[in-house]
Ligand binder design. Structure first.
Ligand SMILES: [Zn+2]
Ligand SMILES: [Zn+2]
Length: 324
């Protein structure tokens, strides 16, 4: 299957003349989703899903894009290209490539749990699966998100009771919208402008999100309010005179040492990636004989599947991990 291989710019599908989520500029890129380590600026042309196009244009306004809807198929030379839902963030896709009867699926980032906002992950049968494994260790087991929602609400209400603001650190693209959907109708949301920009891009493309306001300095105290802000923007927040409690929503919050080092008052375990069980489920669903592990704990994950009879290898890519 050397028709899909790594070169210095990314995962190159030679017969189609495209790179998948390339990390150096290429003429033609196929993009799984618009997180910065997957959709980098500088490519000549981006093929992606319509929702990804909307947020990609918010990040890279001059991007030349072409969209391909889920389930539709496109011929790039002799290669058949299709997108399937990845369940990672709204619009995120797995890429299915078929060439001379061989099928390869590149998952991009994914989770197998249906969060009710991103469309649910679709298992795709293939010969070769290139899977991310950001959380590819048995220690990662996600709690029930509805339970996490109750813990979040409790924290916001307790803070509200003593006049403290609740600031939750979330990635602007994906996690912010997921938290809003999860707590819809149960708190008031204030969001940082960077999140507002992406919300507008998403709602302009038809994604329905709860109402929210931009962060203000005053008026925190009448209704329990959750303030959503990207990690990098929290230091710059100016919120009136009351106290502030900070928290982070991330898969990494499942690790005690990480939670302590992060410096947040609270940590909530909420990830848009598959946990250990989810990653393994995806491998089983695919039925692939060959598994390439990338983007995370790839050595351990590949070894685990080699011991179970797969042709499993590590694929060294430049994805950085969204940290979520
Ligand atoms: Zn991502
Ligand atoms: Zn990623």
């Amino acid at each position: 299957m050397d028709w899909l291989r790594l070169d210095e710019r990314g995962l190159f599908c030679e017969p189609a003349g495209v790179w998948l989520d390339p990390w150096r500029p290429v003429d033609r890129a196929v993009i799984t989703h618009a997180h910065a380590d997957h959709a980098r600026p500088g490519n000549g042309h981006y093929l992606c899903t319509p929702l990804t196009e909307a947020v990609l244009k918010a990040r890279i306004p001059k991007a030349q894009t072409q969209t391909l809807g889920f389930g539709a198929s496109l011929k790039l030379g002799p290669v058949d290209v299709q997108f399937f839902h990845a369940g990672h963030i709204p619009g995120s896709a797995q890429v299915r490539l078929e060439y001379r009867g061989e099928i390869c699926v590149f998952t991009g980032d994914y989770k197998v749990f249906d969060d009710g906002l991103s469309e649910a992950f679709e298992p795709v049968a293939c010969h070769r699966l290139i899977t991310e494994c950001t959380f590819g260790l048995p220690v990662f087991q996600w709690p029930d998100p509805q339970q996490v929602a109750l813990e979040l609400l409790d924290w916001v209400r307790q803070n509200h009771g003593v006049g403290r603001a609740s600031v939750l650190s979330v990635y602007s693209l994906g996690k912010a919208q997921r938290v809003m959907h999860l707590l819809r109708g149960r708190v008031r949301f204030w969001v940082h402008w960077a999140i507002d920009g992406l919300n507008k891009a998403y709602s302009g493309a038809g994604l329905e999100l709860p109402a929210y306001e931009l962060i203000r300095k005053e008026g925190l105290w009448d209704v329990p309010t959750l303030i959503l802000c990207a990690p990098s923007a929290i230091k710059g927040l100016r919120l009136g005179t009351g106290g502030v409690s900070t928290a982070m929503a991330s898969g990494w919050m499942g690790i005690r040492g990480y939670r302590k080092r992060s410096g947040f008052d609270r940590g909530f375990v909420l990830s848009d990636h598959a946990d250990w069980a989810g990653l393994n489920q995806a491998v089983l669903w695919s039925g692939a004989e060959r598994v390439d592990a990338t983007h995370g704990y790839s050595e351990i994950f590949a070894r685990y599947w080699r011991e179970r009879g797969k042709d499993a290898r590590v694929l060294k890519t430049d994805f950085e991990g969204d940290g979520d």
